[in-house]
Write a protein that binds this ligand. Structure first.
Ligand code: ADP
Length: 258
């Protein structure tokens, strides 16, 4: 069986009130390609820290992060084929939808063959994306989130759900292998949240990429995930399919929390 993402003995400490504590405590996990995996647990259990360790915004105190078998621990976030969608979409209010999604692409360099200098040393060349390439990528991303006709719209004129879809398109435009979603629906009202749960699930099925999702909402995790990882105090309590977690909780914490 091939593996998309693997966490091997991941620990991360923080200092609080002059004491060091483990926010993430020996997390071991494999995620299959195309899986929808959710970290679920109460506030402060280490979900976001784990996600940030996968994204590379944080480095583990010990342990390794592997992507398709390759050790990416220490690789900076922008070099990881991983993108994050946050609860606060952080869209640029002065840019329209198209330019919000295009923003990162305009700064990006892509490989452009090689170059051999006088001494025969080979270098990799890089170039910026052309305007046409950017347009194609942005339009494809808009299509993925069903916002084809919204490119020219001001982001402030969109609903919360639509803004979150723009944020998802902005993450997808980089063609990540793994999409990380940190409580992406937390800022939406209940009705919108339910609709977006369905939309996200459909989007995941359509795209076929690996989703790693964080939520403290049991129902959300049970509805959307292929696999749930229940965490408490930095430790994994149980890994399983929603029905297994629900019907056969491994310990009192899981039973109580679910
Ligand atoms: P969750 O996402 O499950 O709510 P977090 O991963 O954000 O939990 O936090 C796990 C623990 O680490 C909490 O006790 C939190 O207070 C602590 N923590 C998170 N970030 C920091 C930080 N930058 N400095 C110190 N402690 C932190």
């Amino acid at each position: 069986m091939s593996i998309s993402l693997e966490l091997r003995g991941i620990c991360r400490t923080y200092v609080k009130d002059n004491e060091t504590f483990l926010a993430v405590d020996n997390v071991n996990l494999t995620v299959s390609p195309g899986e929808f995996l959710t970290f679920l647990g109460p506030s402060g259990c280490g979900k976001t820290t784990t996600l940030r360790l996968i994204a590379g915004f944080l480095e583990p105190t010990s342990g390794k992060v592997l992507l398709k078998g390759e050790d990416i621990t220490g690789v900076p976030p922008y070099k990881r084929p991983v993108n994050t969608v946050f609860q606060k979409y952080a869209l640029f209010p002065h840019l329209n939808v198209f330019n919000n999604i295009a923003f990162g692409l305009k700064l990006k360099y892509v490989p452009d063959g090689t170059y051999v200098d006088k001494k025969g040393v080979e270098y990799e060349k890089q170039r910026k994306l052309t305007k046409r390439e950017i347009e194609e990528k942005v339009n494809a991303a808009l299509k993925m989130v069903d916002l084809e006709d919204y490119g020219h719209r001001n982001v402030n004129s969109l609903s919360g759900g639509q803004q979150q879809r723009v944020a998802i398109a902005r993450a997808l435009v980089n063609e990540p292998e793994v999409l990380l979603l940190d409580e992406p629906l937390g800022a939406l009202d209940l009705k919108m949240r339910k609709d977006m749960q369905m939309e996200l699930k459909e989007m995941h099925q359509k795209l076929g990429i690996t989703f790693v999702y964080v939520t403290h909402d049991q129902e959300e995790a049970l509805t959307m995930s292929d696999t749930i990882v229940v965490m408490n105090k930095g430790k994994i309590q149980q890994i399983g399919r929603p029905e297994d977690i629900y019907n056969e909780p491994k310990n009192a914490f899981v039973a109580d929390f679910i």
